[in-house]
Write a protein that binds this ligand. Structure first.
Ligand SMILES: [Fe+2]
Length: 510
């Protein structure tokens, strides 16, 4: 463990301070520019409220700025049903997170913020159905992996047009590095972010995208992160074998803090001086329980990864004994215990694991033998088996795993033993493609398909998202494919549809 005093010193060196300058609440505010340029967002809907977010930008100085918030039953903000005042602190980049309560379940609301003479755009949000109520339908979208330089975030135009109840974002909201080809725009700043100010600037750049702002303003989100919110392929407290030390943990703390500052997260997730708990459960009446997982913060270092390497390896399991060490964990012991109790106590018809990286085995070696990518669940096969065994032994109702990270659509059967064609299907897996991030060529993936008969679809050709409709009897998933990401107004079509029927694990083509 890192010495706490040294850690705090490093945070201070990065510009993270606990001190908040005071400010007279009635001082006149003159903004040099529109202070709500990053838009508004909401998240984590409960039956009686949700999180509302904004962040003031511009030359704001060291002062704390009072911000009014209002919730109304109409988009013209006439019927105000909740309002209050919050403080935008410079120590938190003038971000505002408020959590109105006392709202009615299962209905839409509108909200806005005001500071000085400025009013934010009006956002649309909603509450979840009452606990245990039999909600008739939930429509949500899930998305991941939005490398800013590699395309426009036009997929959000189609998500907005779908008018979902909820968006689940599954990681790689920003990218720390520039990579790929055919860039349509550029990251600002000098290279990768390292300090808090640099991560803040990267989030502000991404959040300047009008389509991303529209996606946030359209409905509440739930979110988890993957590696690129900090740096490629980090694992827990380690960046690589040679640098299990102070600079990485301070960098991670700065990245986590900037993530909190820019996302509509509940105050209970606000980070202290290091870790940040974002895994949580969320209920949609008695219809669905979402378990939002953190695959990144508590994992042990990737198996057979050499010191000093920038990414996790693809290995032959026969040559990497460490891979099958039962002590290896992806979620960490505390999150595993929490997940087992959240699933064990769930009375929902559908139990959705909203997480980052594909869970299904994916053999990357044509012909005999196997190769496994160690950064996904394939790098933690004993932990995966423990989770899948829990789902079947605990008779968890309709488990569906959502994922991202690989920038391709994958629709999979999750099996107790992927190498046994007669092994039962334990759960369903839907992996969404990226919003913009580039993928392996389809021809390369095609070579691996005969090795992976539990994968019903693998398609890396398109960017896009997944649109899901949940009712008591079935879950329908449409794989939504963008024609292009070089134009923000490109068309989007449904590449394929899959259905999971109540009581029958495994997605089927519609
Ligand atoms: Fe990604």
């Amino acid at each position: 463990m890192v010495d706490r005093r040294r850690f705090l010193e490093a945070l201070a060196a990065l510009g993270v301070s606990q001190a908040v300058p005071a400010r007279a609440a009635d001082r006149r505010i003159d903004f040099d520019a529109f202070p709500f340029a990053l838009g508004v967002a909401s998240g984590y809907p409960q039956p009686d409220g949700m999180v509302l977010w904004t962040r003031l930008t511009g030359e704001l100085g060291p002062a704390t700025i009072p911000v009014r918030w209002e919730v109304a039953t109409d988009d013209s903000m006439r019927g105000i049903v909740a309002s209050g005042s919050a403080e935008a602190h410079p120590a938190w980049a003038h971000a505002v997170h408020v959590e109105p309560r006392g709202l009615a379940p299962d209905r839409w609301y509108w909200y806005r913020f005001r500071a000085g003479d400025a009013s934010s755009p009006v956002g649309r949000t909603r509450t979840a159905p009452a606990a245990g109520s039999v909600a008739s339908r939930l429509r949500f979208a899930f998305a991941s992996c939005q490398q800013y330089e590699q395309g426009y975030f036009g997929a959000y135009r189609h998500i907005v047009a779908d008018a979902p109840d909820l968006v689940a974002f599954l990681g790689d909201y920003i990218y720390e590095s520039s990579w790929g080809s055919n860039h349509v725009r550029k990251h600002t700043g000098r290279g990768q972010p390292y300090t808090l100010e640099e991560y803040r600037a990267r989030y502000a750049l991404y959040k300047s995208d009008p389509d991303l702002q529209a996606g946030h303003a359209a409905c509440p989100w739930i979110a988890t992160w993957d590696d690129h919110e900090v740096i490629n392929d980090y694992a827990g407290e380690r960046l690589d074998g040679g640098r299990q030390n102070l600079p990485f943990l301070a960098r991670r703390a700065a990245a986590y803090r900037a993530y909190y500052e820019h996302m509509p997260l509940p105050a209970r997730m606000r980070p202290g001086d290091g870790p940040m708990r974002i895994y949580t459960e969320l209920d949609w009446g008695g219809l669905a329980r979402f378990c939002v997982l953190d695959d990144r913060q508590y994992r042990v270092f990737q198996a057979c990864r050499k010191d000093g390497t920038r990414s996790a390896p693809v290995v032959d399991p026969e040559e990497c004994a460490e891979l099958s060490d039962p002590a290896r964990t992806l979620l960490g012991a505390a999150q595993e215990r929490w997940l087992e109790s959240a699933l064990g106590e769930s009375r929902a018809r559908w139990n959705v694991l909203a997480q980052q990286t594909p869970m299904s085995q994916f053999d990357q070696k044509p012909g005999p033998g196997r190769r496994a990518w160690t950064d996904g669940w394939d790098g933690y096969p004993v932990a995966r088996k423990r989770l899948l065994d829990f789902l079947s032994a605990g008779k968890i109702r309709n488990p569906v795993v959502l994922g991202g990270d690989v920038h391709s659509f994958n629709v999979n059967e999750l099996k107790a033993d992927f190498d046994d064609p007669h092994s039962p299907v334990v759960a369903s897996e839907l992996v969404g493609t990226s919003i913009t991030s580039q993928a392996w060529p389809q021809e390369k993936l095609n070579e691996f398909l005969p090795e992976n008969p539990h994968m019903k679809l693998v398609d890396s050709r398109y960017r896009g998202y997944v649109r899901v409709e949940v009712t008591a009897g079935r879950m329908l998933a449409d794989l939504r494919a963008m024609e292009s990401v070089t134009q923000p107004d490109a068309a989007c079509t449904t590449l394929a549809g899959f259905v999971v029927e109540d009581g029958k694990a495994g997605p089927q083509r519609t």
